[in-house]
Design a binder for this molecule. Structure first.
Ligand code: ASP
Length: 324
């Protein structure tokens, strides 16, 4: 046989073997990488979805935290992982804001990934340490403005949802504060509870139980409407703060080149997880709203990501915040 024919046969065999592997997928556990620390809001969503995907896949979905300030390491690691369906990424709105926020980003959200689908939307809450003297938003605003040189704002680094929320809030009230970056708002919450930092803005998935237990002070919600699980917390709009609304969305991605039959199984497993009663109940309790089924798809995620990049780019550029 000529060399060219041998190469052709070898390539065809590899293709057949590859598609057989894809058909049998999965034959071992799948790792879901989380860009932020354990115990935080992205981690909470990841664990619920991973657990829900385990049954339909027939293999365990293991959550692995790869925390970094801004959540910029996990996407890069997933981009560089083998595109075989055994490493996937959960991420939030940071996939849409980091391309503008970072001058040098080592992954391209629009070209380095396959899309699995949209998961949920989660509002944010402006909360403060338990010792904060203000009893409502008005007093809180006067307090932080009067003490702007002493007050600190915790976030999860440039590119985090808490960074975006803080940036919009500080712009809206025309005051900036010392910002303390963490590798996730799980650890930031611990410091807030301990009174080391003064306030933060974080997803209801992380703040609802602390607010309900009276362990932190809650002053505002960043969504247009109040959240049913926190009916007493007013929205920023109601409080007269304009242009600071932000909703966080989560989605699942796989490395570019993951075979279509594998992706189809991941999409199906994610959709089954999101329809699960327990997942629905937990999301509801935590103020998260699941995307409708027609958005739990690769095409909907791709369109949403592009629209979000286009929406946030001018706002971030206007705020003039960048990182290298
Ligand atoms: N809520 C965090 C953020 O600000 C991330 C996290 O810890 O899940 O993006």
């Amino acid at each position: 046989m000529k060399a060219a024919s041998i190469r052709l046969v070898a390539a065809s065999l590899a293709l057949v073997a590859g598609s057989a592997l894809a058909q049998n997928y999965p034959t071992k556990s799948v790792t879901m990488m989380v860009p932020f620390a354990a115990g935080g809001p992205t981690d909470t969503v990841a664990r619920l979805v991973a657990q829900g995907m385990t049954k339909p896949l027939g293999e365990t979905v293991i959550v692995e935290n790869r925390p970094s300030a801004g959540g910029i390491l996990a996407p890069e690691q997933v981009k560089n992982a083998r595109p075989d369906g055994y490493t996937i990424l959960i991420h939030h709105i940071g996939m849409a804001t980091t391309p503008t926020l970072y001058r040098k980003l080592r992954f391209d959200p629009l070209n380095d990934f396959e899309y699995i689908g949209l998961i949920n939307e989660v509002p944010m809450t402006i909360i403060a340490k338990p010792q904060m003297p203000a009893k409502d938003f008005k007093e809180f605003l006067s307090y932080i403005k009067a003490n702007k040189d002493k007050v600190s704002y915790a976030n999860a680094g440039i590119g985090a949802a808490s960074h975006l929320c803080g940036m919009l809030f500080m712009n809206a009230i025309q005051t900036s504060f010392l910002t303390v970056p963490y590798k996730g708002t799980g650890p930031a919450m611990n410091d807030l509870l301990g009174g080391t930092v003064d306030f933060m803005c974080d997803q209801t998935t992380n703040t609802t139980s602390q607010i309900k237990a009276g362990k932190v002070k809650a002053y505002a919600i960043t969504s247009e409407k109040r959240v049913p699980s926190l009916p007493d917390v007013p929205t920023l709009g109601e409080l007269g703060v304009k242009n600071a609304d932000v909703g966080i969305w989560h989605a699942l991605y796989a490395p570019k080149g993951t075979p279509k039959p594998v992706l189809d199984k991941l999409v199906g497993a994610m959709q089954t997880a999101l329809a699960d009663e327990n997942v629905q109940k937990r999301f509801g309790d935590l103020g998260a709203v699941t995307f409708p089924k027609d958005k739990q798809t690769p095409a909907a995620l791709q369109a949403h990501l592009k629209a979000e990049i286009d929406k946030w780019a001018p706002l971030i550029k206007k705020a003039g915040q960048y990182a290298d």
